[in-house]
Design a protein around this ligand. Structure first.
Ligand code: NOJ
Length: 704
């Protein structure tokens, strides 16, 4: 039989209770073992956060139920299979996005899929396709940055990595594009609050990455906690049915976020009781309800009372079963994965590659790479030697419960360790001092750090944030460096020894003087297992950094949101007490070899653009050639520039290459107030160059 025949045949045998159960996702760690087994026997569709033998026991219970429909196991494998403490931990999505490299991200997805599948699980709640535009938001680290084009491209790559060539392969898992939609846009960056956006803006800015994910065949989509213009996404039939299914053609299943159904009653106050909420959520197009276990009885009652048609349940269950059949779950309820691959050497090499590609050099007065013949290096700062900070959110330290005492599992290399290893090889003395804690008021010994640095040829100061300043519920009002990190920088800078500031943090922070007065600035974000090694290699020139920022760095918290593709402001959008530009711009990043651009042409008939790029330095380097456009006059306001393409070229010293882009008419489109996406005729400007900054771009005007 075809998959759809099998689905219909099975659906035809299911009772109302079995259908309702299929729509429930049970949080294993929030119920007792007995309850979990009871849910499995009732026919619950899915469980989350369960590993190993516990998962096997649940699956056996499900298989021994009346219809024996296998359970799907989902987990938050967000940057690697991080809740398993022996897994390969990758840089976060934001850090990986600095590579601007689809291959790096696809490989991260592939490795993660193999490890998750080897644990017998089927599904990761990843990728995040929300945009990180307001950096106060606690979950910016989970995004691919601020830009819809880049997020969409990298989103597709990671989905391809997770899902492989076919969902039924032993080492493929389901991807989950989340959080649908505009979750990152909540007012004031207050996690899960209302996003004050219109449908036009939704289509213009937030929908494109999800559209690409659907086109790439993403199997599942998770809805956002929040609301849009007063309607909770859980209740938004327009967004979930009409846009996602009818327009985009999504044919997988939709899962809610944590307790979203119950929240319609308890937090968002649009329903009086769980039965109303269950009816609303089911009608709006949610297929599977994460953790709102009361949905089961409520929805059964609602159908019995005639308040909800059973056909609504049929549709949801159809979506879920279709995915289960596509995975071949009925023949192979447990994925075998690749035995022995969890944390294996090949996977560790992949995360090292990703870390190396993500290192981003933002400023350099020539101090880097450190010169041979130096005698002493001082490494200062708590995050120089904190694997917890280096891993970031969604590692075994943070979920399901924050457990910072969980002993870190080797291998990993912190910045301190990476630098010490190179110094050992080169006979350089390397001293470390913590300086101060990232957290306010815990520890500060600035004089001790200055003493430790005495006589050093250079100081590497690692600044950043920690676990308590990132993640769900952990938005920040103030993005300035916390604790005494600024004072620590000031004291070290006053020694006259060159200071290299390194950022090990979940997201852009307002670095102030630690960036402006530093001799060099390197950004590593949360670099995963080998983040520290990659930074150390860049500092010593063993690696020519090629990262480019996928997100802007604000100068001040009061300046956020700062993103490059803003609409033009009638008064220029400038504060009287702050510069208009960000501290570091989208697309910015340098290496040890500069690149020169010339000869930009655009053929308006074929929409082919060409530009020549030359490596004018003395080292081989990788350049990311970025293409933006502006619609000069349009019926609605359009961004001052918008990224539409990028390509990477690796050039030897002195090498020059012509880079060609085949663009499409729809790349130059806008969304009209009625929601239609069109390309309006008229004049356009194409910008091509090194970053989103005007001074880094060549431009050419053309007409469509
Ligand atoms: C809540 C988070 O918002 C979501 O991203 C995650 O996948 C689920 N919890 C499951 O842990």
């Amino acid at each position: 039989m075809t998959i759809s025949e099998r689905v219909e045949s099975l659906l035809g045998q299911m009772t109302l209770e079995e259908k309702a159960a299929q729509m429930v996702q049970v949080p294993y760690n929030a119920v007792s073992r007995e309850e979990a087994l009871r849910w499995a026997k009732l026919g619950a569709g899915s469980f989350l956060h369960v590993l190993g033998d516990n998962a096997r026991e649940v699956q056996q219970a499900a298989l021994s139920s009346r219809l024996g429909i296998p359970v799907l196991f989902g987990i938050d494998a967000i940057h690697g299979h991080g809740l398993n403490d022996h897994a390969t931990i990758f840089p976060t999505q934001l850090a990986c996005a600095c590579a601007w490299d689809r291959e790096v991200v696809r490989e991260m997805g592939r490795v993660t899929a193999r490890e998750v599948a080897t644990d017998g699980l089927h599904w990761t709640f990843s990728p995040v396709l929300c945009l990180g535009r307001d950096t106060r938001w606690g979950r910016v680290d989970e995004t691919f940055g601020e830009d819809p084009y880049l997020a969409g491209e990298l989103g597709v790559a990671i989905i391809e990595g997770y899902q492989g060539d076919s969902l039924d392969a032993e080492d493929s898992i389901l991807a989950c594009a989340k959080h649908y939609i505009a979750y990152g846009e909540a007012v004031g960056a207050r996690d899960a609050c209302d996003s004050e956006i219109t449908e036009r803006k939704l289509r213009e800015v937030f929908l494109p990455p999800f559209r690409k994910a659907v086109e790439a065949g993403v199997a599942t989509i998770m809805t956002a906690y929040g609301s849009m213009d007063g309607t909770p996404f859980t209740a938004n039939r327009r967004v979930m049915k009409e846009i996602l299914r009818d327009e985009l053609g999504f044919d997988g299943f939709v899962v809610t976020d944590w307790d979203n159904v119950q929240s319609l009653v308890t937090r968002q106050h649009v329903c009086e009781n769980l039965e109303d909420a269950s009816v609303l959520a089911a009608k709006a197009g949610n297929d599977m309800m994460m953790t709102s276990l009361g949905f089961y009885e409520s929805v059964i009652r609602a159908v019995r009372d005639g308040r909800l048609q059973e056909a609504v349940l049929d549709e949801a269950v159809r979506h879920i079963l279709t995915v289960k059949f596509r995975m071949n779950l009925f023949e192979h309820p447990e994925k075998r994965g690749v035995p022995g691959c969890i944390g294996c050497e090949e996977h560790r090499e992949a995360t090292l590659r990703a870390a190396r590609r993500s290192v981003t050099l933002l400023r350099n007065d020539g101090v880097l790479p450190l010169k041979r013949g130096m005698r002493k290096l001082a490494v200062i700062g708590e995050n120089a030697d904190s694997v917890v900070a280096q891993y970031g959110d969604w590692a075994y330290f943070t979920h399901p419960d924050m457990n910072l005492d969980h002993p870190p599992v080797r291998p990993y290399v912190t910045v301190r360790e990476g630098l010490e290893a190179i110094c050992r090889e080169q006979g350089i003395e390397c001293v470390y001092h913590r300086g101060c804690s990232v957290e306010d008021g815990l520890y500060s010994d600035i004089p001790g750090a200055v003493r430790a640095a005495e006589g050093a040829d250079a100081i590497v100061l690692v600044v950043g944030d920690n676990q308590k300043q990132m993640g769900e519920y952990r938005d920040r009002a103030d993005l300035a460096l916390s604790g005494d990190q600024n004072a620590l920088f000031g004291a070290l800078r006053a020694t006259g020894i060159p200071v290299i500031t390194v950022l090990v943090a979940s997201k852009p922070l307002c670095l102030g003087e630690t960036a402006e007065r530093a001799n060099a600035v390197l950004c590593g974000f949360n670099g995963g297992m080998y983040g520290g090694q990659a930074i150390a290699e860049a500092i010593f020139g063993r690696l020519n950094p090629a990262g480019r920022l996928p997100i802007s760095f604000p100068r001040h918290s009061g300046q956020v949101p700062v993103y490059y593709n803003a609409l033009p402001g009638w008064h220029g959008g400038k504060y009287v007490d702050q510069e208009e530009t960000p501290l570091f711009a989208f697309g910015e990043g340098m290496g040890y070899a500069p690149f020169a651009y010339d000869g930009l042409t655009m053929d308006a008939d074929t929409l082919t653009a060409e530009v020549s790029v030359t490596n004018t330095g003395a080292a081989e380097g990788t350049e990311t050639v970025q293409v933006y456009f502006r619609d000069v006059v349009s019926s609605v306001m359009t961004p001052v520039k918008q990224l539409i393409a990028f390509q990477q070229v690796t050039l030897a010293p002195g090498e020059r290459r012509t880079v060609r882009f085949e663009l499409r008419r729809e790349d130059f489109s806008l969304v009209r107030p009625d929601g239609e996406r069109v390309t309006e005729p008229g004049e356009f400007i194409l910008f091509v160059g090194h970053s989103s900054k005007d001074e880094d771009l060549l431009q050419v005007s053309f007409r469509l």
